[in-house]
Design a protein around this ligand. Sequence first.
Ligand code: PMP
Ligand code: GLU
Length: 399
Amino acid sequence: MKELSKIALAIEPSATMAIDTLFKQMKADGVDVIGFGAGEPDFNTPDDIKAVGKAAIDNNETRYTPSSGTVELRKAIAYRLKEDCGLDYTVKQISVSNGAKPCVYVSLRAIINPGDEVILPSPFWVSYSELIRMCGGVPVIIETREADDFKLTAQELADAITPKTKAMILNNPSNPTGMMYSRAELEELAKVVVEKDIYVVCDEIYYRLVYDGGEFYSFAAVSPEAKERTLLVNGVSKSYAMTGWRIGYVAANDQISTVIANYLSHCTGSPSSISQKAALEALTAPQDSVEFMRQAFQRRRDYMVEHMNKIDGVSCIMPHGAFYVMMNIEKLIGRKLFGQTIHSSDEFASLFLKYGKVAVVPGTSFNAPNFVRWSYATSLDNIKEGLRRLELFLQEKAV
Ligand code: PMP
Ligand code: GLU
């Protein structure tokens, strides 16, 4: 048989999806396991949104829509971008697809030629490096440090840019670190972006999940020049607990959005007509449920961070957005647990699952081998029990 695609063969499976699948399988097998792996709200989709989805089926709104999404949904997205981020986008500049993930992909598709470099600050969400490579691009990873709140500086960005650099990916607030850039920091980054004339795929899917009164600022809002170079990715999955509905969007300048629309018209066709109706409700109805969930996430974050830092051998810094905590396990590297030496977060995570019955994501998949990601998008009871199990695990007591 002939060889398969070299590009496809080089793609790693998603570690976050793999951990979640393993966790769900263990649970289905009756194992008393607790999952902190998947970055997915544990809340149900709010009732008003579900009702609109059901009505869409009953009203026979079950046909193809325009491939970049219905005009009414794109108008609602434009309204939200204006309301929440102060951004002006026309309907034509917005494309809707099946979740934010394909929107990141199609954004990269629109700008990357084979061999183009794409700057990727790490720790990064697992899919970015693979999506860049799926487009024939070359990820250029810049490591950020916990001591700098895992943030990229303008100088580091400038130093990484070469004549081959086409774009950078900026995920703000960040999965997996939970860090959020201030307006001043974004302005500094934007100066470099504009001066060096690169694109920014800006994934702002966690923009509503921001804590302690922190103010989210969209990269595209920095200046018209920055906006012109931004491909703004967002969606309803995280803010509205709608991960399974699969609706995300990308907003970009006229030329880029035309290219994206053309691409989507062939490769995905239209997103689900039912989900689009539900997303319309999410974006236009009163936003109380977003605030309710945000407050719950903040309480869980506070508990997790406070108690994790009381446990010997591990630590974490306070995240300001999203729903992840990066636990530092540097002190455990080289130590033996349950007869096995911990070389990196890979061993830690598999031993913790085996003996502690807790699923977390090893930082190796985010290019952060001495860290482990916990999602706090789960109940306070689970968080308490998970941390109790962590303490037992570190004392080599199996659950
Ligand atoms: N971007 C980031 C940073 C994410 O964490 C996720 C979650 N999977 C996505 C994009 C994809 O979102 P969606 O489920 O809408 O595809
Ligand atoms: N974004 C989530 C996570 O990081 C969901 C899984 C995925 O799509 O990668 O866990």
